[in-house]
Design a protein around this ligand. Structure first.
Ligand SMILES: Nc1ncnc2c1ncn2[C@@H]1O[C@H](COP(=O)(O)OP(=O)(O)O)[C@@H](O)[C@H]1O
Ligand SMILES: Nc1ccn([C@@H]2O[C@H](COP(=O)(O)OP(=O)(O)O)[C@@H](O)[C@H]2O)c(=O)n1
Length: 228
């Protein structure tokens, strides 16, 4: 799809868990002076809100209602730090990052009515001077006319190792074999759902980050954006 020349530019970074989307998106948004959409946080917050209100993860209708009525806000933080995520007035930034919440997010994300409920909220992030959008379907569904679409990936083993290091840094010791199992299960669910499955858009640039450092990945994306 051709970019709408009047709309603010968008760079989409899609890919599986642990590919580096969040990290690279933040660095890229800072370099470009763009806003940032962490779409995964919206699915995580929907899952958390459902858990808090006793909504079953099998109840599609109530989950869609939960997504439609989300009282969520992203609060700016100093450069380099992820935005603080506020749900119903309380800070859930750390709570939504747990593996449990990620897993539940991928369960609610299967439901088409939940995805529809979150669509406009995501599109509203498109504001001048531009947007970096991080997720699974940014280039395929939410912003099909984006100027640049990048699909970041890496081997499941390397993604599990990255997540392991990240959790250890946060003082959480989880078995790497369990993380690998969870990552593979989430990949499977995200790639095989009927609505907005995880896959590169036809016009996406696929960047395999296995063996690449964060700065190298950032440089590749900046080069694709014409900013090297
Ligand atoms: N290319 C890379 N090399 C090494 N570690 C990376 C790389 N990209 C990301 N990481 C680290 O891996 C972890 C997961 O990255 P993150 O950006 O949260 O991935 P995603 O948003 O795709 O799930 C973080 O701790 C991050 O610092
Ligand atoms: N645009 C998006 C973003 C996330 N998601 C879902 O939300 C879950 C959590 O996304 P995330 O981006 O926060 O997860 P990580 O890649 O950080 O592990 C994913 O496993 C997807 O199932 C989605 O379906 N569509």
């Amino acid at each position: 799809m051709k970019p709408d020349s009047d709309a603010p530019p968008i760079i989409c970074l899609d890919g599986p868990s642990g590919a580096g989307k969040g990290t690279v998106s933040q660095l890229l948004a800072r370099r470009m002076g763009y806003r940032l959409l962490d779409s995964g946080a919206l699915y995580r917050v929907t899952a958390l809100s459902a858990m808090r209100h006793g909504v079953s993860l099998d109840d599609a209708e109530e989950l869609a209602k939960t997504a439609r009525n989300l009282a969520v806000a992203f609060e700016a933080t100093p450069p380099g730090e992820p935005a603080r995520v506020i749900l119903d007035g309380s800070d859930v930034t750390a709570e939504i990052r747990t593996e449990k919440c990620g897993d539940n997010a991928s369960r609610v994300a299967v439901i088409p009515a939940v995805r529809t409920a979150l669509l406009q909220l995501q599109r509203d992030f498109r504001q001048a001077p531009g947007l970096v959008a991080d997720g699974r379907d940014m280039g395929t569904v939410v912003f099909p006319d984006a100027q640049l679409k990048v699909f970041l990936t890496a081997s499941a083993e390397e993604r599990a190792e990255r997540r392991h290091r990240q959790l250890l840094d946060a003082g959480i010791d989880v078995k790497i074999s369990d993380l690998l199992k969870e990552i593979k299960a989430r990949d499977e669910r995200d790639m095989n759902r009927e609505t907005a499955p995880l896959k590169p858009a036809d016009d996406a640039h696929v960047v395999d980050t296995t063996g690449l450092g964060i700065e190298e990945v950032l440089d590749r994306v900046l080069a694709l954006a014409g900013r090297d």
